[in-house]
Ligand binder design. Structure first.
Ligand code: NDP
Length: 290
């Protein structure tokens, strides 16, 4: 029989997770701060608990998928975590993950933090490409791996409970830059000149073709040699930036999404690194821990 579990949070993501576990035959006890939001899941076979503490008491495996780390603290205040396996799928920072792990362990629970790399329609769908990073207790992960893999693929990110969030937020941060670029590109086109729907496939193909440059960046960071295999040197790129900015001006588009990155490229060039590509900017960004 399938492992029973408790789910705290019936928002968009919590509801998708609950449906995936219910569909796979796992008994699910659900709690949501606003009870009405859990009603649809009750109709689909979930048991609705009247309080978070009652939901936690119902099962050893407890999954939280709430708005942010503070809401996890709010929801679990006063709940008895002794002997529980707490899996926190709420997006947070690495430090929040570590602090939540220490807090759960002090309460007598084993702890895993998770970072969901999927949107709700990808949950419970085979081969959707969605997955979840997990970090924290290796024992908890091994014991519940099959159950955790039901809604989306389960990827181990390390015993440091901050590492799931670090992977998650690094990918989201890269996505943020990508969306900034897409937004600027559509602004440049002006729909009366070039139809957005004609341009979208070109944009997807171009970004897909350029994305593997991340491997080159990784190789250079590993070797410490930022000038090997450079095909687009920084001096040329900075000259090209002027063309990007003049085009923005011609099209009457604000350059504000581009200029912060361009300023960093110019700084690195001014330090005498015109024969690198973009890797040295990683060093400009990294601040001292002090
Ligand atoms: P929703 O806004 O749909 O749901 C938020 C949930 O948090 C609700 O259950 C809400 O309860 C609860 N909540 C908020 N504040 C508190 C509080 N103080 N105490 C108790 N419960 C609280 O968000 P999602 O379900 O979309 O997101 C949940 C988590 O999943 C987030 O951390 C998000 O980053 C992550 N995630 C979401 C993705 C998405 O595309 N949706 C993708 C990847 C990760 P109530 O109903 O009472 O308001």
């Amino acid at each position: 029989s399938r492992t029973p579990l408790t789910l705290l949070g019936a928002g968009a993501m919590g509801t998708a997770l609950a449906r995936a576990w219910l569909a796979a035959g796992h008994p699910v006890t659900v709690w949501n701060r606003t009870p009405a939001r859990a009603e649809a899941l009750a109709a689909e076979g979930a048991t609705v608990a009247a309080s978070a503490a009652e939901a936690v008491a119902a099962n050893r495996l407890v999954v939280a998928c709430l708005l942010d780390d503070a809401s996890v603290g709010d929801a679990l205040e006063g709940a008895d975590l002794a002997g529980r396996d707490l899996v926190n799928l709420t997006t947070g920072t690495p430090a929040e993950g570590r602090a939540r792990a220490a807090w759960a362990e002090a309460g007598g629970a084993r702890f895993l933090d998770g970072g969901i790399m999927a949107v709700p329609p990808m949950i419970g769908v085979a081969d959707s490409g969605g997955y979840v990073f997990y970090s924290g207790s290796p024992e908890l992960f091994e014991e519940h791996r099959d159950t955790l893999a039901v809604p989306a693929g389960a990827r181990w990110a390390g015993a440091d409970p901050g590492f799931a969030a670090l992977h998650d937020v690094a990918l989201l941060s890269a996505m943020s830059g990508m969306f900034a670029g897409i937004t600027h590109a559509f602004a440049l086109l002006r729909p009366e000149d070039i139809a957005p729907k004609d341009f979208a496939p070109l944009l997807v193909d171009w970004l897909t073709a350029m994305a593997p440059a991340a491997h080159q960046t990784a190789d250079q960071l590993e070797s410490g040699d930022y000038t090997s295999n450079v095909v687009s040197n920084l001096a040329m790129q900075v000259a090209g930036n002027a063309t990007l900015l003049r085009t923005a001006e011609e099209q009457r588009v604000s350059p504000e999404l581009l200029t912060p990155y361009m300023a960093l490229m110019e700084r690195r060039l001014a330090q005498g690194h015109g024969d690198e590509d973009g890797t040295g900017i990683v060093e400009l960004l990294a601040q001292d821990a002090s």
